[in-house]
Design a protein around this ligand. Structure first.
Ligand SMILES: [Zn+2]
Length: 200
């Protein structure tokens, strides 16, 4: 854990996870890029409106009986409403937890910068090969990043558009996100509310 001060308002800020790339100041909402030994201003955005979620930054508890800490979230807006992607430390590793209208998924396997077909050719219902995985696309959609809070190891600037694919592979849920710079793929499993215990 390392402590420093917000480059904008001077408030004390803390980085818990060594993989975090961006930290959102809890006092002024400035997005701070984490660099060697310090933080620099990535941009100033309005703080996220308080939007109900199962977690808050700093929430701890267990998921499927293993410990987690919720470190930060990115909120996306899409046609169906909003969804949140929580960056969590889970059982000593990093993971994403998504919350979409009362549906929860824990993504524990992350594949960065994957090679996949041109997004414009991809359609729902199609099978495609991603690396060595055969993936069946269930849904293709567009979302806009509304903002973030806490600390994040995957960061897209607010206002950016992301194209996402919801898919399945070998019985696992697959989430693929196309941003301007890269493609990320996560695999994981759906959760029931009783799988998640928030202790504080
Ligand atoms: Zn600040």
């Amino acid at each position: 854990m390392s402590s420093m001060n917000c480059a904008s308002c001077g408030a004390p800020v803390e980085i818990v996870n060594r993989f975090s790339k961006v930290l959102v100041c809890g006092y002024c909402g400035t997005h701070l890029k984490v660099s060697d030994g310090g933080v620099e201003i990535a941009g100033k955005y309005p703080k996220l409106a308080d939007f109900p979620s199962i977690f808050q930054v700093g929430s701890r508890g267990t998921i499927l009986g293993k410990p987690f800490t919720a470190l930060g979230r990115m909120r996306y807006k899409y046609q169906g409403g909003h969804f949140d992607e929580w960056f969590v430390e889970y059982d000593g590793d990093k993971a994403w937890f998504t919350e979409d209208d009362g549906t929860y998924t824990l993504y524990t396997d992350l594949f960065e910068a994957v090679e996949i077909p041109d997004i414009s050719t991809v359609k729902a219902g199609q099978n495609m090969l991603v690396g060595d995985k055969k993936v069946m696309i269930k849904e293709k959609g567009k979302a806009v990043v509304e903002g973030g809070e806490g600390e994040l190891f995957f960061y897209v600037e607010p206002g950016s558009e992301v194209i996402y694919l919801d898919a399945v592979s070998e019985g696992k849920k697959v989430s693929i996100e196309y941003t301007e710079d890269e493609v990320e793929m996560f695999t994981g499993r759906p959760l029931l509310k009783r799988d998640i215990v928030v202790e504080g």
